[in-house]
Design a protein around this ligand. Sequence first.
Ligand code: BV8
Length: 233
Amino acid sequence: MAQQRVVVLTGAGISAESGLRTFRDGDGLWEEHRIEDVATPQAWIADPVLVWRFYQARRRQLLEVKPNAAHQALATFATKTDHFTLITQNVDDLHERAGNESTIHMHGRLKTLRCEQSGRSEVRMEEADFCDEFLYCQCCAVPQRLRHDIVWFGEMPMQMEAIHSAVEKSDLFIVVGSSGHVYPAAGLVNVANAAGATTILVNLEAPMNAENFDEVHLGKAGELLPNILEALS
Ligand code: BV8
């Protein structure tokens, strides 16, 4: 195990047992708001107040949730190999709070806000930062309105070079809690297969790209992942 190059990709399903709603399940986030209404640059231009308040509500929710057994199992597993890369589609900070400090957030992070002028991101998690009114940067001579540091649909995911580099060298690629609906994240399993990696999926139900995995374990991540990772250690 120690020499294996392991890459893990997580989606909203790994945070479900922490109380954060997923995007496409029954009461999924998207059902409350149409995707076009909140997670696109066009929506931010058309109705910035709606988009701002949607993400401010999700930022406030970070204060009420904590990592679950699946997050903890990944943090322990990461110590078992010298080459471990954790990539998440999630924008919450539960992996970091479980102990995976250097998590790659390919779809951005709720904890940071970004200056629309300079592009600089800063952590803004003080009580005053959860307001419904817009916040402004401290990096420009004339303070500019901040946006959430989130990758919206139609925007380029973050750190794609580092992501591809890790997956192309992986021996083991594990996906946890993702519907395989959103690209390019959902296509990474194909990169892993082409690299000759063993590909494993842990998900509540069979997702769209299930047939691309060598192994599929259906069930709750909090219940299945600790034993699966223990067996791999
Ligand atoms: C890009 C941040 C190109 C926001 C997110 C037209 C125009 C432009 C692009 C496109 C287009 N048509 C298609 C595309 C591509 C598009 C896309 O894939 N669209 C989909 C809807 C078809 N992708 C993009 O736009 C991406 N960018 O392509 O850029 C480009 C090229 C050059 C230059 C510029 C640009 C950007 C996509 C990122 C969007 N942002 N998130 C926010 O968080 O508010 S995506 C959003 O959905 C989440 O981040 C999440 O990661 C992602 C996928 O969802 P999942 O994580 O998989 O969650 P989901 O609810 O779907 O599934 C949860 C699963 O868990 C379920 O299967 C469930 O069964 C399981 N589960 C539930 N409970 C548990 C569990 N499993 C285990 N245990 C449990 N307890």
